[in-house]
Design a protein. Structure first.
Length: 253
C-alpha cells in the first residue's frame, strides 16, 4: 500500500511533540502521531495529496503554531513552529509465477534480483525443493514459495495489484488459473505463456464459462518482447522479465 512517512524534522519554540516524532499516512489510515490538531491534519492532508499524485520526491512542510497563522483545520496556539519532512514510501511490485518448470525457474532467477514481492507457486512439490531453488533467496526480492495442489486457490491470497504469470506444465491448470484470475478484480496484469493456437482454444472455453471479449482482453498472450522467436527457456525468461520491467516503469510513472 502506498504511504508517506511524516517526521518532525525541526522544531522551534513550544510544540506538541519534539523533533524526530514520526507517523505513517496511507490513503485510509494513520499510524503514530506528530502532535494532533491542525499540525497533524495538515500533514495528513498533504501526504494524501502526494499519494494521489504518485509523488516520489520528499517534501518539507512548515507549520506555525500561533493564533495568527493560517489554519485550515483549527487553531493551535502552542507558540512554536514545526518543519515536517514528508517521505513517500515506494510501492514494491508483486509478481506471482504459476509453474516452476524450465521457463518459470529461469524467470524466477532474473526477478529475484529485483526489489519486489515474488511468489513461486506450483502443484508439484519436487519443483519447489530447496536444492532446485537455491540462490533465489539471496537476491533483493522477498521470495515466497507455495506448494499448491490446486494452484488457483492461491489467487485470492495474493497482494492487490499483483502481476500474474501463468506457465504451468498442464494446460488444464493453465485454463483454470485463467478462469479464476479473470474473476479477480484487483490483479495488475495476467500473462499466459503459449502459442496462438493454445489461446484460440482457451478463448473458446473461457467464453463458454461466461467471460466477455472485454474481460478476455485482460489476458496477455504470448508474453514477452514482441518479435523474439527463440524458444530456449533462458531466452523466453529474459524476454518476459524485460517486458515486465517495462510495465513496472510505465505504471510507476
Amino acid at each position: 500500500m502506498a504511504g508517506v512517512i511524516v517526521t518532525l524534522a525541526a522544531t522551534r519554540g513550544h510544540t506538541p511533540r519534539n523533533g524526530g516524532a514520526k507517523m505513517v499516512v496511507s490513503v485510509s489510515d494513520v499510524w503514530g502521531t506528530v502532535g494532533g490538531g491542525n499540525l497533524e491534519a495538515t500533514a495528513v492532508s498533504h501526504a494524501r495529496k502526494m499519494i494521489a499524485s504518485a509523488s516520489r520526491n520528499p517534501e518539507l512542510v512548515k507549520v506555525a503554531l500561533n493564533d495568527k497563522a493560517p489554519a485550515e483545520f483549527g487553531v493551535q496556539c502552542c507558540g512554536g513552529e514545526v518543519t515536517m519532512l514528508l517521505e513517500p514510501i515506494p510501492v514494491v511490485p508483486s509478481v506471482a509465477i504459476f509453474g516452476m518448470g524450465h521457463v518459470g525457474l529461469e524467470l524466477a532467477r532474473i526477478l529475484s534480483r529485483h526489489d519486489l514481492e515474488l511468489f513461486l507457486i506450483d502443484s508439484r512439490a519436487d519443483m519447489l525443493t530447496e536444492d532446485r531453488l537455491a540462490g533465489l533467496v539471496d537476491g533483493n526480492a522477498r521470495v515466497q514459495v507455495r506448494h499448491a495442489p490446486i494452484p488457483e486457490s492461491q489467487l485470492p491470497d495474493l497482494p492487490p495489484m499483483t502481476h500474474v504469470l501463468i506457465m504451468t506444465h498442464d494446460h488444464a491448470e493453465d485454463i483454470a488459473l485463467c478462469d479464476f484470475a479473470l474473476r479477480q478484480t484487483d490483479l495488475a496484469s495476467i500473462g499466459l505463456i503459449g502459442s496462438k493456437a493454445k489461446w484460440s482454444r482457451f478463448r473458446q472455453r473461457l467464453s463458454a464459462e461466461g467471460h466477455s471479449s472485454q474481460q478476455l482482453e485482460r489476458i496477455t498472450t504470448p508474453i514477452g518482447i514482441p518479435g523474439l522467436r527463440a524458444k530456449e527457456p533462458a531466452v523466453i525468461a529474459v524476454s518476459v522479465a524485460a517486458d515486465l520491467l517495462l510495465t513496472f516503469e510505465r505504471t510507476s510513472g
